[in-house]
Design a binder for this molecule. Structure first.
Ligand SMILES: Nc1ncnc2c1ncn2[C@@H]1O[C@H](COP(=O)(O)OP(=O)(O)O)[C@@H](O)[C@H]1O
Ligand SMILES: [Mg+2]
Length: 225
């Protein structure tokens, strides 16, 4: 049993009088301690796939199970709250708050001293020192904001971190450091990290590459190394 099992998932969007198939009976498994890259042309369905494994939408056929249990049975809200963290291209931080407050909100509490220390430690582990954690997030660079978004995704210690083109707004050097962080989360913290990317350079650093074929709606799975 894998950490996350996608079993025979079919997903289509309504398209006029007919439907457009995006994912055509996909089966794939994800393990702890592995870094996965999902690549595919624009519009192939990468975001749709992440939406399903993040429990934000449900497939028309097939199922997704976490530790052997259907995520609908766990409850999608419960699953999202405790087992998965999400990172987006545009960071999606709350703009009028500090980095620390963004992490505390994700922890579901605010201002409790012991949680504050946990949040500072989490931010520090991801390269954000106290002085930056206490700054309004709008006054931080893109790379720093994305680090805070990663810390926020880890706030409830999920086993799975998913990221949708997380370096799309960053320069090459910052991209490398952010991808380094994702690799570390998989290798050192035993997380299951799933990153959607356009970049072959990023894909090459993954343990497994999933190539989504737009016309077929299926994955070709490549093990790296
Ligand atoms: N809510 C929706 N309703 C109808 N079509 C959608 C919806 N969301 C996405 N699509 C279509 O599904 C296809 C896949 O979208 P998406 O998963 O966002 O692709 P990607 O992330 O690979 O660029 C696209 O053609 C997109 O226009
Ligand atoms: Mg997308």
């Amino acid at each position: 049993m894998a950490l996350l099992d996608v079993n025979d998932v079919f997903f289509a969007y309504p398209d006029g009088d007919s439907v457009r198939t995006i994912l055509d009976h996909i089966s794939v498994s994800f393990e702890k301690g592995h870094f996965y890259a999902i690549v595919g042309s624009s519009g192939s369905g990468k975001t749709t796939f992440l939406t399903l494994i993040a429990g934000l939408d449900t497939a028309q056929q097939g199922n997704i199970s976490f530790k052997g249990k259907d995520i609908r049975e766990i409850g999608l809200w419960e699953y999202r709250r405790n087992h998965i963290g999400m990172v987006f291209q545009s960071y999606n931080l709350i703009p009028y708050m500090t980095g620390l407050e963004n992490v505390l909100v994700a922890m579901g509490i605010s201002g409790k001293t012991h949680m504050k220390n946990t949040a500072y430690e989490l931010l520090e582990s991801i390269g954000i020192e106290k002085n930056k954690a206490n700054r309004n997030v709008r006054r931080l660079s893109g790379g720093e904001q994305q680090r805070i978004a990663i810390a926020r995704a880890m706030a409830n210690q999920p086993d799975i971190i998913v990221a949708d083109e997380p370096t799309g707004n960053l320069d090459g050097e910052t991209e490398d450091t952010i991808i380094g962080l994702f690799r570390q989360l998989a290798r050192d913290k035993d997380k299951c990290v799933i990153v959607v990317t356009h970049s072959e350079k990023i894909a090459k650093q993954a343990d497994v590459i999933l190539r989504l074929h737009a016309t077929k709606g299926t994955f070709v799975i490549e093990e790296n190394h």
